[in-house]
Ligand binder design. Structure first.
Ligand SMILES: [Zn+2]
Length: 397
């Protein structure tokens, strides 16, 4: 006999629908299991926060929007609402629409919030931002949520030089909300052939101030945090602590090892770039702690490849080498691309791969990098547990 009262209907629906506990939903999210959370609450409820990654389809729009927003009828779906009633009814509707793997949360978002489980706030872009970032928003991989995520994200640029300049400009244009810039130098006329964030009118001013000026003119949404200092063992953790991704545009051994060790100790992804004459290299280091958070495999670290810096008498000359200015643009923008993908959680990064580029031939090559279990910093028996300031190992050119 069909149910006749609301109570009967609900009891009937709940009997037919598989219920999932909030702990189980949290576990699935943390394990990055593949399933779609559908938030069936009203828009004004969603505005106060939702479970990370959920697709919003208010109960009243379910029949109209399901096909568009949930194209795979066999996908694993978990519906939730505030307390568990609307989601049970929604789950029943989805089953009637032909969805084969629908569950309902028990209870719902109110309890989720009380438990202090992670929540996400919806994108609240202004009209000007919707306009400025419209070509991003049109990409399903970015959308309003992704753009809002970029606006909330924080990237630290090590160096406002050849690589840092194009990386900073593109990250600023993309709307990465906070850009830290570490550089102790002053703009010199000889920088302008490649360090495109600076300008002739700013020769003689500090690079961080010059970069801040260019960025604020390009995109007032971006907050620049200038660090007019050189990185060393004493300040590296303070510089890194507030940032999600580090874009390394410095090119000397002491900072390279410092950046690597801080990346491993603090669990910060580092996008590494380097240039020499016509050749460039890019790779991304994702240490274990960061990999867990991002739901990707950990990559080898720099010390897995080069455990220690070369002894002083074997080190390369510290005399300045020539470099094709445009090469900086290629490598720096690849670094910015990697940073954006990490922030959005989309695509495949260069973790575990070293990309090399030859400008004279326009040839990209890729080398596989391997984790070394004997690595002194992230191997099975690490011997380096503190920061080391390597100094004075440049050969006298
Ligand atoms: Zn390593």
């Amino acid at each position: 006999m069909p149910p006749t009262t609301y109570t009967d209907l609900l009891a009937d629906v709940k009997k037919k629908t598989k219920q999932v506990s909030l702990d189980e939903i949290k576990r699935r999210l943390e394990a990055h299991e593949k399933f779609t959370l559908v938030d069936v609450r009203e828009k004004d409820e969603v505005r106060a926060g939702y479970i990370p990654g959920a697709v919003s389809i208010p109960r009243g729009f379910l029949e109209i929007q399901a096909e568009q927003k949930l194209p795979d009828k066999n996908a694993r779906i978990v519906a939730y609402c505030a307390g568990g009633t609307r989601s049970a009814l929604a789950a029943a509707t989805l089953q009637e629409l032909g969805y084969t793997n629908v569950e309902t949360a028990n209870p719902g978002f109110v309890r989720w919030k009380d438990l202090n489980f992670p929540i996400e706030m919806p994108a609240q872009l202004t009209e000007a931002q919707r306009d400025r970032y419209s070509r991003h928003i049109l990409l399903p991989e970015v959308g309003e949520q992704g753009q809002a995520r970029l606006l909330q994200s924080k990237v630290l640029l090590l160096g406002a030089g050849g690589l840092g300049s194009p990386a900073a400009l593109y990250l600023a244009a993309a709307g990465v909300g906070t850009l830290g810039v570490v550089d102790a130098d002053v703009v010199d006329a000889s920088n302008l052939q490649r360090q495109i964030i600076h300008a002739t009118s700013r020769v003689g001013t500090s690079k961080v101030d010059s970069a801040a000026k260019a960025i604020s003119e390009l995109n007032p949404d971006v907050k620049v945090v200038p660090y007019k200092e050189r990185m060393n063992s004493g300040n590296v953790e303070r510089l890194f602590q507030d940032y999600e991704v580090i874009v390394d545009g410095t090119d000397n051994f002491p900072t390279r090892y410092l950046v690597n060790d801080a990346s491993v100790f603090m669990g910060k992804p580092v996008v590494h770039g380097s240039i020499f004459r016509f050749d460039g290299q890019v790779t991304t280091f994702i240490p274990e702690k960061a990999a867990k958070k991002l739901g990707v495999p950990a990559s080898p670290c720099y010390r897995c490849l080069y455990p220690e810096p070369p002894p002083p008498h074997l080190a390369p000359s510290c005399q300045e080498a020539g470099v094709l200015g445009i090469l900086c643009g290629i490598i720096g923008t690849l670094q910015a691309t990697e940073a954006i993908k990490i922030l959005l959680g989309k695509g495949t990064t260069l973790a575990g791969r070293l990309m090399t580029y030859d400008s004279l031939k326009i040839k990209f090559r890729e080398l596989k990098l391997r984790l070394d279990p004997r690595c002194p910093v992230d191997g099975t028996k690490p011997t380096i547990t503190n920061y080391i300031d390597y100094e004075g190992f440049c050969a006298v050119g």
